[in-house]
Design a protein around this ligand. Structure first.
Ligand code: ZN
Length: 214
């Protein structure tokens, strides 16, 4: 019977599964050399005419290097999923997850929020992990479109849910501080997969709950 095979499959996956974020990603193969970063930062500041002998800037190369290393180095982590024993089949949505990244074109800060949701299949995820996934993929030189898609694809691959939706709203300081200086402007990107892409009602519900489009 159908129910028997579902129960058997569930038993087979009864134990929580550890998923590591080890799948190769475009910027994943970075080797970090902290000492070289500090030396190069010093060179950069001198080339920009900064007075590194002044009291205020003496430690700036080291601080600047540390800040960029923090922004660009994701913490490795493993992800635990659980069987969806209650058969929960409505949207799970984490709203307003902080996004901090740097754009890969100017290495200037990108700051915003992400709304990440999925329609569960047989596995569910600890709620705090949705924020960890965003942080993991944001900690590298990025473009917002790729970040949005990486978060959605990762959830889709690892959870095999019925649908995934990711919306990111972010301000790019390369747009607001320089160039066109479009102060206050934000960029919205979204990736929808599965039922959230194909079913109009699910899609509307997702966007209504994120509050992005009114
Ligand atoms: Zn940029």
């Amino acid at each position: 019977m159908h129910t028997t095979s579902i129960a058997a499959a569930r038993d087979a996956h009864r134990q929580a599964t550890d998923l590591s974020l080890t799948s190769p990603q475009p910027n994943e193969r970075r080797q970090v050399d902290s000492a070289a970063v500090a030396r190069a930062t010093r060179e950069l500041l001198i080339a920009l005419g900064a007075d590194l002998d002044s009291e205020g800037m003496r430690e700036t190369p080291r601080r600047m290097a540390a800040a960029y290393l923090e922004l660009l180095t994701p913490d490795p982590f493993s992800m635990t999923t659980f069987p969806n024993d209650e058969g929960y089949d409505e949207l799970v949505l984490a709203r307003g997850i902080p996004v901090r990244s740097v754009c890969e074109h100017h290495l200037l800060p990108v700051v915003g929020v992400a709304h990440v949701g999925y329609l569960p299949g047989e596995r569910i995820l600890g709620l705090s992990k949705l924020a960890r996934i965003v942080e993991h993929f944001a900690c590298r030189p990025q473009v917002q479109e790729r970040l949005t898609k990486q978060v959605a694809d990762w959830l889709s691959d690892q959870l095999d849910p019925k649908g995934v939706g990711v919306v990111i709203e972010a301000e790019h300081s390369c747009m607001t501080l320089r160039g066109v200086q479009a102060a206050g402007s934000s960029t919205v990107t979204s990736t929808l997969l599965g039922a959230l892409r194909e079913d109009a009602r699910s899609r509307q519900e997702f966007f209504a709950l994120t509050g992005v489009y009114r």
